[in-house]
Design a protein around this ligand. Structure first.
Ligand SMILES: *Cc1c(COP(=O)(O)O)cnc(C)c1O
Length: 490
């Protein structure tokens, strides 16, 4: 941050000095102060241009600027008030003065008016160093030392034996299904409350999804619904080739009963842990309970490589085949030889460098996301119509996104209305995932509810996610809390 002194000029300073200072500070504004340090007026590029046009003298002093009472605020003024002062006066900068009338800082409209985003990327200190290494050694190609290191560092972090870095989480899910032999006409069971990226790979393989409802304690796959689905499928001789279990919004599904059921019927699990990197289930890393687990480093995830994914497994044979298929399935031969269909699914060495830097701050990011959740819950906990996403006793969530539901039994507010009102205030909040069994592209697919109720439907109708990015400032979160309170209690 710029010291306020650098923005201050005096009457005896020349136009030349002021122009040079404007240039050096690039804030678009200077503050003219008197002998006792009080703010006299603001000075912009335009003011200096007009002065030059009248007297053409670069060496003339700022004394010749016309007197103009500055618009300013005191340092006790809230950001909301500051914003309305700037809008009323149509100004981009607002000086803040202390109780003696001396400037202490300058607020910029662009900073105050910044939208509060749901979950923007948040870079740490080391990413650029790893990228620079890639540049210095000209490892710009896909694969390279950052990829190898990122794979082994991530495998260590989650306690998996092997990891293969991919171009996206979706690519990793797709390969998992191929490795499990999912092919045309096969069934694959899958959590219904998820992002479409979990399910699209089932269609890439021309297989058929069957959707499994959530249970209320974790919002993740209901073991009761899964059991009924497996019993039905077994009776028809149509057991699925795989079950994709999603760990939603940073929380693990209840993996032990799910795994016991799948083991009983001999069906392998793919864990979609795209949202739950850094979370645990019974003390072990989320994403390491299936035959394969998948993480995502998309831009909005808890750590990001701008785009990327990782497939983890304890089976060396699976990871080898994943790497083979992800690099165009090139046979071992002295020339280009291919006997099966491959993909271009690997991660680049540059992006893996970003991932290595991000992995170093993952624990901090989890702690911060959890604090963000706690603050929302503490400061809005008195609002009876709000319920917060539960944290099941079996694990620790990374609280990727803070999620809540509106109790529609006691109020008539619609989620869509709340979200559009938040958007008007520059706050990006979202609906929970719309369940897959309700999506037009999966029309006609099977669906098993938790019990007589469909939990995912009611979560979708009542639930939303709040801005939860780790780079969000305390003031920004305060704004979200204030605006939401106002909307709900109006
Ligand atoms: C983000 C996400 C994915 C997809 O990951 P990409 O890296 O964006 O392909 C898959 N499943 C879930 C649940 C996700 O949230």
């Amino acid at each position: 941050m710029l010291a306020i002194k650098e923005l201050c000029v005096k009457k005896e300073d020349t136009v030349r000095t002021a122009l040079a200072r404007l240039d050096a500070t690039s804030q678009g504004i200077l503050l003219l102060i008197d002998e006792s340090g009080h703010l006299v007026r603001t000075v912009t590029d335009g003011d200096l241009r007009r002065l030059l046009l009248t007297n053409g003298d670069l060496e003339g002093s700022l004394d010749q600027l016309p007197e103009r009472h500055p618009v300013m605020i005191h340092d006790s003024t809230s950001n909301e008030e500051a914003l309305s002062v700037m809008r009323e006066n149509e100004i981009l900068h607002l000086p803040v003065v202390d109780k003696f009338g001396s400037p202490s800082r300058v607020l910029r409209l662009a900073d105050l008016d910044k939208p509060v985003l749901l979950s923007p990327p948040h870079m740490g200190d080391a990413e650029l160093k790893f990228i620079a290494e890639a540049f210095d050694t000209n490892w710009i190609a896909p694969l390279g030392p950052n990829v190898d290191a990122f794979e082994s560092e991530l495998a260590d972090f989650v306690g998996a034996k092997h990891a293969a870095a991919m171009s996206s989480g979706t690519a990793a899910i797709h390969l998992s299904l191929i490795l499990l032999g999912v092919a045309e006409g096969d069934f694959v069971f899958c959590s219904t409350l998820t992002f479409v990226a979990t399910v699209n790979p089932i269609l890439y393989q021309k297989a058929k999804p069957v959707f499994i409802d959530s249970e209320p304690d974790s919002w993740n796959m209901s073991p009761a619904a899964l059991e009924r689905a497996l019993l039905d499928a077994d009776a028809k001789g149509q057991l699925p080739k795989a079950v994709i279990v999603v760990n939603l919004y940073g929380q693990s599904a209840d993996m032990y009963p799910i795994k016991a059921l799948c083991d009983h019927f001999g069906v392998p699990i793919v864990e979609d842990a795209a949202e739950s990197l850094g979370a645990t289930y019974k003390g072990r890393a989320s994403g390491t309970f299936g035959r394969m687990g998948v993480y995502s480093f998309n831009g909005n995830k808890i750590i990001t490589t701008s785009g990327g994914g990782m497939l983890v497994t304890d089976e060396a044979e699976l990871v080898e085949r994943a790497r083979f298929l992800a690099t165009q399935a090139r046979d071992k031969a002295p020339y280009y030889s291919h006997s099966q269909v491959g993909f271009n699914y690997r991660m680049s060495n540059i992006l893996a460098g970003v991932g290595r830097g991000q992995l170093m701050v993952l624990n901090d990011r989890v702690a911060r996301r959890r604090r963000i959740f706690d603050r929302y819950k503490d400061e809005l906990g008195d609002i009876a119509m709000l319920d917060w996403m539960p944290e099941a006793t079996f694990g620790k969530s990374n609280r990727w996104l803070t999620c809540a539901t509106i109790n529609t039994d006691i109020c008539a507010l619609s989620v869509t209305k709340v979200l559009s009102d938040l958007a008007l205030q520059g706050i990006e909040a979202r609906h929970l995932w719309r369940p897959m069994h309700r999506q037009p592209i999966f029309k006609g697919s099977g669906y098993y509810t938790h019990d007589h109720r469909s939990i995912s439907d009611s979560l979708f109708e009542r639930g939303f996610c709040l801005p939860s990015g780790t780079s969000m400032s305390d003031e920004e979160q305060g704004k979200v809390i204030g605006v939401l309170r106002g909307l709900l209690l109006q």
